[in-house]
Design a protein around this ligand. Structure first.
Ligand SMILES: Cc1cc2nc3c(=O)[nH]c(=O)nc-3n(C[C@H](O)[C@H](O)[C@H](O)COP(=O)(O)OP(=O)(O)OC[C@H]3O[C@@H](n4cnc5c(N)ncnc54)[C@H](O)[C@@H]3O)c2cc1C
Length: 382
């Protein structure tokens, strides 16, 4: 199929992948429509801070012409990492004067930056995709949960872990990876909890022992996100009987899981506010791929959902957007463009997923903190 002069492009999902792609396509003169199931930009807390890497996330920001806007929200000062044991002894920490190259950015601010860069009304909010159906002539019909439908020449699934576009291309489904976290939040740390601010060092701390970990990450505006991470089977998390609607009880239950840990570390649980979320970690199979299908492709988590351990997910999603936009600009047919993008993405995503899986095995492991240190020593200059 030749590339229509003005292909009708649908992007499903206004996450970092979908919004970056929309911006890059608009720069090239395309007019994609983004369909997002959330009713408005801040309907849901967008989650913690993300660090953008030079050849992926930062490259996308640059291609999107948003360097200046990014520098206004990038937190180079928070990219440090400190690894501790359960006694609170610092085992590894990046140097204070280490080169700063992968700044943190709050998701909410990244989303706002990308949204502001788009032409008004590019995103249709409150539009949850239900399924995609081939029409038979190379185009596809999007069926929405509100009963409406619309036909497009190119459908890009940027709709995350539980993509509704993916089933058209692949039978793969995310698999539980043996770790779950309870996400907690601490407000106004510098003023209210200076002892925790000191513990946090220059960004993220990782206190680990065996199959348990406390990961705490500095976000903007004195906010801290804590992930109480457990290497457990999925059913074991349910068996803990944690009910996040009862925060005081949850705090006590979580603290009881760490009986021999230094109380200074457990302050991360004791002082958290009442916003708590249980997150089970899933990944798509490493090397997930499919045969090119005319008129449909996937980017980001929809294509290669990874655990957070490698810090790769958002970076790969934004690099996908760069490569797909580039291929659409270069190729004379949509099919050729999709194929060019996918062949390169499959190789890159496999590498990132392998790194992520290695982190999963080593960060929270029977051998932690020794295995954790071995993993991070490859990246951190002490
Ligand atoms: C706890 C946690 C910590 C993480 N930490 C890091 C990190 O430090 N570094 C890193 O690189 N990555 C991290 N990640 C991964 C990162 O968040 C993802 O890889 C990234 O958000 C993927 O972007 P995306 O645009 O592909 O998908 P998403 O961010 O998931 O966005 C998908 C969008 O699609 C929308 N959507 C879903 N279904 C539909 C539908 N049916 N119809 C319409 N819209 C739909 C969603 O509402 C959402 O807005 C972390 C993930 C988690 C869970």
């Amino acid at each position: 199929m030749a590339q229509p002069t003005f292909p009708r492009i649908a992007i499903i999902g206004a996450g970092p992948g979908g919004l970056t792609l929309a911006r890059l396509l608009q720069i090239q003169g395309y007019t994609p429509t983004i369909f997002e199931k959330e009713a408005y930009p801040n309907e849901r807390s967008q989650g913690g801070s993300l660090d953008l890497h030079p050849d992926t996330g930062q490259l996308a920001v640059h291609r999107a012409g948003l360097d200046k806007q990014f520098q206004a929200i990038a937190r180079y000062q928070d990219e440090g990492l400190r690894i501790l044991d359960k006694q609170g002894t610092i085992l590894l920490e990046d140097k204070e004067d280490a080169e700063r190259w992968h700044p943190e950015v709050d998701r909410i601010e990244l989303r706002a930056m990308l949204l502001t860069s788009l032409t008004p009304n590019s995103v249709q909010w409150g539009k949850a995709l239900s399924s995609v159906q081939p029409t038979g002539d190379g185009t596809h019909t999007l069926l929405f949960e509100d009963g409406q439908s619309e036909v497009f020449d190119l459908v890009v699934g940027a709709d995350g872990a539980w993509s509704r576009v993916r089933p058209l291309l692949s039978a793969a489904s995310p698999e539980y990876v043996g770790q779950s976290s309870i996400e907690l939040e601490i407000d106004d740390v510098d003023r209210q909890y200076p002892h925790i601010a000191r513990l946090m060092g220059r960004g993220t701390i990782l206190a680990v022992s065996g199959l348990k970990g406390l990961v705490a990450q500095r976000n903007a505006h004195g906010h801290i996100r804590v992930y109480v991470t457990l290497g457990v089977k999925e059913e074991e998390i349910a068996a803990l009987g944690i009910d996040v609607a009862q925060p005081a009880r949850t705090r006590a239950q979580l603290i009881a899981l760490f009986p021999d840990w230094n109380p200074d570390l457990l302050e991360l649980i004791r002082v958290c506010n009442d916003n708590m979320v249980i997150r089970s970690t899933y990944m798509l199979p490493i090397g997930h791929s499919w045969d090119t299908h005319p008129g449909v492709t996937l980017i980001g988590d929809a294509a290669h959902l990874m655990a957070p351990t490698g810090g790769q997910g958002v970076n790969q999603a934004m690099r996908d957007a760069v490569e797909l936009a580039e291929a659409l600009g270069k190729c004379s047919t949509l099919e050729e463009a999709i194929q060019m993008y996918e062949q390169s993405m499959f190789v890159r995503a496999r590498w990132a997923a392998e790194l992520t899986a290695e982190g999963l095995d080593k960060i929270i492991s029977e051998d932690a903190p020794a295995s954790t240190l071995a993993f991070f020593r490859k990246f951190i200059k002490e």
